[in-house]
Design a protein around this ligand. Sequence first.
Ligand code: C2E
Ligand code: MG
Ligand code: MG
Ligand code: MG
Length: 279
Amino acid sequence: RAKEIGRDAVQVFTFELADRAHEKLERQEELRRALAQTEFFLQYQPQMNLVTGRIFAVEALIRWRHPERGIVSPGEFIPLAEETGLIGPIGDWTLRTACRQNKAWQLSGLPPIVVSVNVSARQFQERDWVERVAAALEESGLEARYLELELTESLIMEDVQQAVETMHRLEQLGVHLAIDDFGTGYSSLSSLKRFPVGRLKIDRSFVQDLPGDSDDAAIATAVISLGHSLQLRVIAEGVETREQLDFLRDAGCDEIQGYHISRPIDAMALQALLCLSEC
Ligand code: C2E
Ligand code: MG
Ligand code: MG
Ligand code: MG
């Protein structure tokens, strides 16, 4: 009897595994199709300078318009894209699209802004990554200083030596670098000073309970002063309320991004928003 139950359990287990493997293969196939048929699109979220009130940059965020499932967010497909290596071509598409779009805004007469693009570890570690960035700039005609790349601490810490070298080559190209989700990783202070980055992005998890949560208030304040002592600008992400904005401004934070300013929006809507505030 025990043997029988055991056998059944094993059977259920293998069926489940096979099911899961099958589902993963299907998802992978779907991702490939999405890329081939351009089911991906970018939205752009404004970043505001807290002193001038100006929108000076936007973060490009990828979405997937799935034929049956509707709009799928990056959290649901970027991990699989990373696992399967599809992040290479998807990342290239994102980079090129963001550069081309930013150039198009400039050509339409808007004051130039920086477009910030998220980079996955696997992408960043590709041998020809710097050349791909250069190609995206060349092809779009966008000047390097209007592109920023967002790297995470964990990406950098996977191989600090290599990462610092690549970062220097990107710096030579003239693109800006930022550390995303700052505070959630574990980059040491001694390595931080070696990174040629211009900005730290305080992770949303430290912002959402401001100003009430005294731990988060202490962390946000500390990151701002750490950034400033290293001559870096500091931006807070996920700012949703006026109270959070006020706290961050009082704490000396340079810039903010979040629903309080705007959700991520389509290129057309962003153009209208910039035009309203600048034209
Ligand atoms: P992230 O780079 O930290 O991007 C910020 C995320 O916070 C975005 O989620 C954005 O929509 C969301 N957000 C912004 N303001 C607020 C706010 O006030 N409140 C709340 N609750 N959320 C806010 P999204 O677009 O779902 O992206 C999630 C993550 O997926 C990104 O985190 C980034 O790590 C990754 N990602 C997005 N686009 C790309 C891409 O093109 N390439 C790669 N490699 N990763 C990407
Ligand atoms: Mg980001
Ligand atoms: Mg972030
Ligand atoms: Mg992130």
